[in-house]
Design a protein around this ligand. Structure first.
Ligand SMILES: Cc1ncc(C[n+]2csc(CCOP(=O)(O)OP(=O)(O)O)c2C)c(N)n1
Ligand SMILES: [Mg+2]
Length: 564
């Protein structure tokens, strides 16, 4: 094996480490394997500023990279070995790609010389990742090695950001790569890069249409958060005094305290009151939002006759669900900057509309949150956490009970990326590993991970990682011994024909204790406040609060449709 035998050459693995270091990569999330050994050896031998975060499952590595990228704006890097490692790393790669998050996944591969000879772990990685990524490639030619890595960073960060995959065959890791190839384009270290500026004529038409409208509403997806354009958005909203709503992913783009912030609309976290605002509007402006099934309650609200303006970097979302009156394909931050320059002030009375709706929307929530009967209501958990956590806490939530409840009722007092959830696929088991990526990306902030007991079962192995790294994450398990969301679907749409959704209650504290976490058990509403307070004061490592909670199918969840 060559370890830089000639002075002007490196081996492929060394070249990869040097390139990643130049790309300002400071953390790699991954898990070892036979075919990755040259890469690990290069990480061990070379001088660099990269920390390798050893995970207990490749799926976690990709979710960690996703969470890390969401809060830092840097490219999230994950890695795993050939065969099982490559198949296990898929979920986070897909989630990031569809959520427009820059993630690059490297998986090592058997030597190109053994392709077709049935070596252990052989897999057509190119074919596997092709439909799941924005761009992918097998680094099979040393001559193209650095060029292809640069292409991955470029593809991942420009246009609609997304994920890329690179397969690293064993023999390219040990082959010679010229040192002259070790250069990068700094623009591609963060996303979104090389923003596409808006067409000003179209933008003027959009502004004219907004000026003519009476009750316009903005619905934003995750793009503004991803572009760190919250300030520009706030300027626009205040200039127009317009109603501002979001998808689940966009939650927190504008602080929930802001007078114009309506909150989340749609079937998961919306309410009949937010829907009413949408019904009363005469113009809907989708900003960086794909208008998917959840945000639009299966394309019912807004109804198809509504006048639509659609602004997005991704041409494929335009007119996919609603015929737009005017559309604009451009990067969101540059668009907001130009809009603020061109638009004149209006008073669409957004603050008044929002005030009215919020009063109605929170009435029942407050009532239920004050109920002191067992089992503990999800409303009480959200309210208590909201009362006690610092305002710059990152809240990472799973599907099931956490998503709709936090989307609807958690009150973010600061604009930004504080709410993180996986809305592309909504796969169980995201919040635990993603929160690890978030805490590594934001070491000075509090991070909480709220999961269902179903999700806990998917991801529990990473508690060891959190303990090993002494990350002060607060893990919260909504313990209801059921796949509650699905049971609620059986209740509402299948006449309570419950089938194969209940499971035994796990003592999550005992499990967490075995991993070395500090634990808190909450069985009655009376214990909730003090246990949360103690958990927040505990900062020397991860802790877990196990909360015996009202099952989702019996709760008053802010969900209008269980079958998305
Ligand atoms: C990987 C994966 N498998 C299945 C589903 C379908 N699904 C959506 S919600 C849900 C139940 C969630 O149960 P739990 O985590 O216990 O939360 P609860 O609804 O009980 O609060 C299931 C199975 C999914 N989202 N992801
Ligand atoms: Mg459950």
């Amino acid at each position: 094996m060559k370890n830089s035998t000639k002075s002007n050459y490196l081996n492929g693995a060394e070249a990869l480490v040097k390139l990643l270091d130049k790309y300002d990569v400071r953390h790699i999330f991954g898990l070892c394997g036979d075919t990755s050994l040259p890469f690990y050896d290069a990480l061990h031998r070379l001088n660099h500023s990269i920390k390798h975060i050893l995970t207990r499952d490749e799926r976690s590595a990709s979710y960690m990279a996703d969470g890390y990228a969401r809060v830092t704006g840097k490219v999230g890097i994950c890695e795993g070995p050939s065969g099982g490692g490559a198949t296990y790393i898929v979920p986070g790669v897909v989630e990031a790609n569809e959520s427009s998050i820059s993630v690059i996944s490297f998986t090592s591969d058997v030597p190109t010389t053994s392709y077709g000879h049935f070596p252990l772990t052989e897999l057509d990685q190119k074919a596997l990742f092709k439909p799941l990524t924005k761009w992918n490639c097998v680094l099979s030619k040393p001559k193209n090695f650095a060029k292809d890595i640069r292409r991955a960073f470029k593809e991942s960060t420009t246009g609609k950001p997304g994920s890329c995959h690179l397969a690293l065959p064993f023999d390219t890791q040990t082959a010679e790569v010229s040192e002259k190839e070790i250069w990068i384009d700094k623009k591609h270290t963060r996303f979104p890069a090389e923003p596409k500026k808006p067409n000003l004529n179209k933008l003027k038409k959009i502004i004219n249409e907004i000026s003519k409208s009476k009750n316009p509403i903005i619905i934003s997806g995750g793009a503004i958060k991803n572009a760190f354009a919250e300030k520009e958005l706030q300027n626009l909203v205040e200039k127009l005094n317009i109603v501002f709503a979001t998808s689940v992913t966009g939650k927190g783009t504008l602080s929930d305290d802001h007078p114009n912030s309506l909150g989340v609309v749609g079937s998961n976290g919306g309410s009949i009151f937010t829907r009413e605002v949408l019904n009363n509007s005469d113009l809907v402006i989708f900003l960086g939002c794909r208008a998917g099934s959840v945000t639009t309650e299966k394309w019912q609200y807004p109804d198809k006759k509504k006048k639509i303006i659609h602004i997005d970097i991704d041409p494929s979302v335009i007119d996919a669900n609603y015929k737009s009156h005017i559309s604009l394909i451009a990067e969101i931050k540059s668009t907001l900057i130009e809009m603020n320059k061109l638009i004149r002030s209006h008073d669409f009375k957004g603050d008044l509309i929002v005030k009215n709706v919020k009063k109605k929307k929170f009435k029942k929530f407050i009532e239920l949150s004050e109920d002191n009967k067992s089992p503990i209501k999800p409303e009480k958990i959200v309210r208590e956490l909201n009362n006690q956590l610092p305002k710059d806490t990152y809240v990472v939530v799973d599907p099931g009970t956490p998503c709709p409840y936090f989307a609807a009722y958690y009150n973010f007092k600061k604009s930004g990326r504080y709410f993180i959830t996986n809305r592309a696929h909504g796969a169980l088991g995201y919040a635990l590993p993603a929160s690890i990526g978030v805490q590594i990306g934001k070491p000075n902030n509090r991070v909480i991970s709220v999961m269902g007991d179903g999700s806990f079962g998917f991801a529990v192995g990473e508690l060891e990682t959190a303990v090993r790294l002494k990350l002060p994450i607060i893990f919260i398990v909504i313990s209801n011994s059921v796949y509650g969301w699905i049971k609620a679907g059986q209740k509402t749409r299948f006449n309570k024909r419950y089938f194969s959704v209940d499971f035994n209650r796990t003592d999550h504290c005992k499990v967490a204790d075995a991993y070395g976490l500090k634990t808190f058990k909450v069985e009655t509403p009376q214990e909730l406040k003090s246990q949360i307070s103690e958990a927040i004061n505990y900062k020397s490592g991860p802790c877990l609060i196990d909360i015996i909670t009202q099952p989702l199918q019996d709760a008053n969840a802010p969900v209008s449709e269980w079958i998305a």
